[in-house]
Write a protein that binds this ligand. Sequence first.
Ligand code: ADP
Ligand code: GN1
Ligand code: MG
Length: 367
Amino acid sequence: MDRHTTSDELRRIADQFALDGTVTSVTPYGDGHINVTYLVEADRARYILQQMNTTVFPDTPNLMRNIELVTAFLRTQGQETLELVPTKDGRDWLETDNGAYRVYRFIEGAMSYNLVDDPRIFARAGAAFGAFQRRLADFDASQLTETIAHFHDTPHRYADFRTAVDADPLGRVAGVRDEIAFFDAHVDDYAQIMDALADGSVPLRVTHNDTKLNNILMDAGSGEPRAIIDLDTVMPGSMLFDFGDSIRFGASTGLEDEPDLTKVHFSLPLFRAYAEGFLGEVGGTATERELDLLPVAAQLMTLECGMRFLGDYLSGDVYFATRYPEHNLVRAHTQMQLAREMGEQMPQMHSTIRSIMQGSDGGDRDA
Ligand code: ADP
Ligand code: GN1
Ligand code: MG
């Protein structure tokens, strides 16, 4: 994909969408790792223009169909959500020699976080992702295409990681032997969620699958959640993926790419806050096995993301957007540190979930 589209080209691309008013500027925007995102300012409204990552999501028609279906469904429930702006000739997206583009209305008056230290904010994120999943419980999952196969299949991710280690195209393996050994040492843990899905003790639900904190927009005034964004990976999955991935990113005292590991720690108070918010929405429908695996899921999603970052570093940074050569390695290090600390605090995480389910927070469970 082309990350160097000129601003004239971008204006021409934006001009092909049915925008309100004339385009005045197009500038890079946001912290996403996958799509190339721009803010489009027109004289009467603002928009998000995205060059979709067609390497990561090769089936654009079905990806866009998923997004249409899910956003239409959420809208009927009165939930604010992404709103696609069609091209002037009425299409959902634009195919150019340079790639595939789409436009969303800019959700005004909202903000997102890459880091929180206030548990109350994180609890709201938990409630919002929980509510998202609860709402989609009534959505017919058979309509959805799986946009990326094996997305949170951790044993499959580990096999991909080992393939990257064996290929070692840049000779980077020699510098990260300890990191590789760390992910190898956890090999017996990786199948826990997939096994539970296979034996039916964990049900398949419609899940978001990319629940990091910056994929939720909060109202800039009230601080209340407004909309869940980045709907590219909404597909059948486990509640454990959504819970675990949120904890991975948000229950940390440091940024995902913080190079100073003394700043990066797993925070049990943030874990508790998120779990209270999330289980307040979905605790009543969770199976015993799901509740039991929530702490494990936090660690597994962290290990999985860590090995994806390290694998991408070894492969030459072809998947995640990076700003400097060691960026994926720095990200892998934060995930390793968090996964290690989660392992140490596993008993405390379990007792936190138990106490939430016994208290009023998830109390609709027995109702
Ligand atoms: P990626 O898949 O690369 O993560 P996202 O869809 O998450 O891309 O978009 C990247 C960023 O752009 C988001 O984190 C958010 O800050 C911003 N963004 C995306 N869509 C909107 C929107 N409709 N309104 C306002 N901001 C948005
Ligand atoms: C990517 O698209 P974005 O930046 O929200 C990735 C997630 C990772 C995350 C790590 C489609 O999310 O799976 O957990 O980076 N998305 C995809 O920050 O691979
Ligand atoms: Mg995103």
